[in-house]
Design a protein around this ligand. Structure first.
Ligand code: SAH
Length: 352
């Protein structure tokens, strides 16, 4: 995707073909583009001077035409119990986003942000409270991964788009990002190891189904009917539970990929046996998985839950034949629900 940074072009957001066009337009041979692409996406070059197999003259021409959009690690919080690392990154324009690197038995997975803030207004979510600023470019989503891998020295094997922002509200950039991430000449990540999480932007779910990318779609359902969902998620007023479930059925029919439903458990709101029965009825005959998350407490709201309630809810679902797990808590000692670091940075006036 062609994105401008002032007079210059954001080189990391360009597809391999777009990069080749740009370099050929500068009078360079096409194979130069393959070299540059590798430096950017495989070798995480933070400057053109690192690209030592290019002539000094070409490196200077690249510097004049392209920007690299490096991220600055403003804060790094490392867990002492489970190797979770939380990054607060500063973007070139002074805004902040967060990523979390987590260790699972099958490898390191990173949770990345897709927007600076979020417009969706979910009542329990800190990302919304700090306000929406702008969308992230494909390069800025990629850089969260490349920078964390280089900084930690840990190979990243999976990506979840569950950080700050609503991925399907930044659809074009997110799709470009996914194509770049999986380019076999670049980082080369299999999209089978990538999850895209959405609060339910229904038309985009249909569009995504057409692309056949092989990603896992994760739906933030959080409530089993319109009344309780609308009370915590304004997006439900636009696309209700039935419309969302129809889109999910279509997505599965089209892609054959099992859908994952996220269910943030909130005491007294969506955690009763009756809620479990409604949820089971909704998901009956559906190839899916339910991920129960005890809601993370955020300062501004009095939503609460705990692991015991989550286990109880999981049992209700199990009795009704629904496959569910309680999400493991990682990085409990650096606990900061999504969006909280950015908000702190914002409060202390570090963001413009
Ligand atoms: N906008 C996307 C992705 C970002 S949020 C979405 O809504 O899916 C990632 C996940 O964290 C979502 O399931 C979201 O609902 C959940 N979440 C946000 N705040 C939370 C909190 N305080 N406790 C538990 N889960 C939360």
């Amino acid at each position: 995707m062609i994105i401008k940074c002032g007079e210059m072009t954001d080189i990391l957001s360009l597809s391999r073909e777009e990069l080749a066009e740009q370099l050929v337009g500068m009078g360079e041979k096409k194979f130069r583009a393959a070299q540059v692409f590798k430096w950017l996406h495989r070798r995480n070059a933070a400057s053109f001077d690192e690209m030592t197999d290019l002539s000094a003259q070409l490196r200077n021409r690249l510097k004049e035409k392209f920007c690299l959009n490096n991220l600055f690690i403003e804060k790094r919080l490392e867990s002492d119990i489970d190797n979770t690392v939380k990054y607060l990154y500063r973007l070139p324009d002074g805004n902040h986003v967060e990523s979390v690197l987590m260790e699972y038995s099958y490898g390191n997975t990173i949770c990345v942000s897709t927007q600076v803030g979020c417009k969706m207004g979910c009542r329990f979510c800190a990302s919304t409270i700090a306000g929406y600023k702008r969308d992230l470019a494909p390069s800025e989503i990629l850089r969260q991964i490349y920078t964390a891998q280089a900084d930690s020295g840990r190979k990243i094997a999976g990506v979840v788009l569950m950080g700050i922002g609503e991925p399907l509200d930044n659809y074009d950039n997110v799709v470009s990002f996914l194509r770049l991430l999986s380019d076999p000449e670049g980082f080369g990540m299999s999209l089978r190891h990538v999850s895209v999480s959405t609060c339910g932007i229904v038309p985009r779910i249909y569009e995504l189904a057409e692309l056949g990318l092989g990603i896992t779609l994760s739906i933030s359902l959080h409530a089993p009917d319109d009344e309780s969902r609308s009370a915590i998620m304004p997006v439900n007023d636009r696309w209700g539970v039935d419309e969302l479930m129809t889109a999910c059925r279509h997505y599965f029919a089209k892609t054959g990929r099992r859908i994952s439903f996220e269910y943030a458990l909130i005491n007294g709101h969506n955690d009763s046996r009756a809620d479990a029965a409604k949820l089971a009825a909704l998901l009956k005959d559906f190839v899916c998985h339910v991920n129960i998350i005890p809601v993370n407490k955020i300062k501004e709201r009095d939503f609460r839950s705990d692991r015991a309630s989550a286990q109880r809810f999981r049992k209700y679902l199990e009795e009704l034949g629904i496959n569910a797990t309680v999400r493991r808590t990682l990085g409990a000692d650096i606990e900061a629900a999504c969006g909280q670091l950015r908000r702190e940075a914002e409060k202390s006036g570090k963001t413009d």
